[in-house]
Design a protein around this ligand. Sequence first.
Ligand SMILES: Nc1ncnc2c1ncn2[C@@H]1O[C@H](COP(=O)(O)OP(=O)(O)OP(=O)(O)O)[C@@H](O)[C@H]1O
Ligand SMILES: [Mg+2]
Length: 271
Amino acid sequence: MLNGAAGRRFLKRRPASPPPSEPPGGGEALRVVDVTKWYGSVQALDRVSMSVDVGEVVALVGDNGAGKSTLVDVIAGVLAPDSGEFYVRGERVAIRSTDDAALFGIRTVHQEHTLADNLDVVENLFLARELHRGVGPLRRLHFASMQQRTWAALSELGISTISDIRAPVEKMSGGQRQTVTVARATLQNYPIVVLDEPTAGLGVAEVQRVLQLILRLRAQGTAIVIVSQNIEEIFEVADRIVVLHLGKVGAVFRRADTTPEAVVGAVMGIA
Ligand SMILES: Nc1ncnc2c1ncn2[C@@H]1O[C@H](COP(=O)(O)OP(=O)(O)OP(=O)(O)O)[C@@H](O)[C@H]1O
Ligand SMILES: [Mg+2]
């Protein structure tokens, strides 16, 4: 099994982001096996197994309290499961921290978004990944290039609702903040991206932009897990749909072979 230190070597052997030419469907990116998690006497996850392939979008759906965010937090290294195994590109790994998850190429956007309130859009987008120029004592943050890339990312996303990228994000609306969070995840070229309800609370146009972005990541070979309660948007982007019901995998569907009614039935536990 690989731990964090071995993970660094592991990533050296494998590119952090697949080349854009890698065809979608190029093998398994992430698999979790028999993940169990208790919160005191509440069992949030009961031997949950699922996987996502390179260039695949897997939607994780389920009612409130079904265990979706718990599973996301476990994959992100935020929560330690009581039991369970993880495999990244077929190799068993130990995800014990968010740093471990990042080393194995997993980028998570949590349901409670994690922006630094006192920083502006540019700083948030490049948090801990600042661009520098020069070396040694002459090393400086390359603000001009970070600003340029921020504008490029926002315009690529079609985001015109953010006019001042140097204003602290605490002054922004919920939808604007959320858009910044998703933009950040896409700038970083992680091979596995996990998004917990990235479209919740967004306006109609913003939802479409986020879905377009997900499809673009997919075309680049990114493996994507998206948590969503919105069956319509799931049918727009997902290749497979994993339904969690009371902490268990209730059903797995291929989008092409199912109907919204069947998925809703499984969510309600009546399939
Ligand atoms: N920190 C916690 N302490 C105790 N119980 C928790 C905690 N977080 C979640 N739970 C419980 O675990 C179960 C799964 O919660 P989880 O947040 O994973 O559900 P979810 O599917 O993400 O729901 P939602 O759609 O509302 O976001 C629920 O019964 C919830 O009450
Ligand atoms: Mg949740």
